[in-house]
Ligand binder design. Structure first.
Ligand code: SF4
Length: 138
C-alpha cells in the first residue's frame, strides 16, 4: 500500500470488520493476493489505531482482491452477494452501527470485542466452525 493509500480511510463491510478479528492468520484458501491484502489491512489497523474505517455497504476493498469477486459483487459458492448482504445486516445491527459511519480502527476493534460473539455467530454463521469467536470470550 502506498503512503498516499495509507492516509485514505479503510472501506470495510460489516463482516470484514467483525470476523477478521477471529479468523486464523495465514492462508484462507483465497490465494496470495487476498492473503496479502488482508494482512495489509490487519497491519494497518494494528499499527495505527487512529486510522479511519468507513462502514461500507456491499463489496469493499478486501473483496476487490478476492477470487470470488466478479461483476462488482460477491459470487462465492458459500454465499453470494445477496446472502452476504444479509449476514452484513445482522452484524451491523449486532454492533449497533450504520452504513457510512466512520470510526477509528481501535474504537471499532473495542466495540467488536465488547459485542462478540453475536447471536448470529453462535447459531447461523456458516463459518462458525472455522473461526475463534467462541474461544475469544471468557
Ligand atoms: S467477494 Fe465474497 S467471499 Fe470474497 S471477500 Fe468479499 S464477501 Fe468474502
Amino acid at each position: 500500500m502506498s503512503e498516499r493509500g495509507r492516509q485514505e480511510p479503510l472501506r470495510l463491510r460489516p463482516h470484514h470488520i467483525f470476523c477478521d478479528t477471529f479468523l486464523p492468520q495465514g492462508d484462507l484458501g483465497r490465494g496470495e493476493e487476498f492473503s496479502h491484502a488482508l494482512e495489509e489491512i490487519r497491519e494497518l489497523a494494528r499499527q495505527r489505531a487512529g486510522v479511519t474505517v468507513v462502514v461500507t455497504e456491499g463489496p469493499d476493498q478486501l473483496c476487490e482482491h478476492c477470487p470470488h469477486y466478479g461483476n462488482g459483487r460477491c459470487e462465492s459458492p458459500m454465499g453470494d452477494e445477496e446472502k452476504v448482504k444479509r449476514w452484513d445486516a445482522k452484524i451491523l445491527a449486532g454492533l449497533g452501527v450504520s452504513y457510512g459511519e466512520r470510526f477509528a480502527a481501535g474504537e471499532l476493534l473495542a466495540l467488536v470485542r465488547e459485542k462478540a460473539p453475536l447471536e448470529f455467530c453462535r447459531t447461523r454463521c456458516p463459518w462458525r466452525a472455522f473461526c475463534g469467536v467462541e474461544d475469544s470470550v471468557d
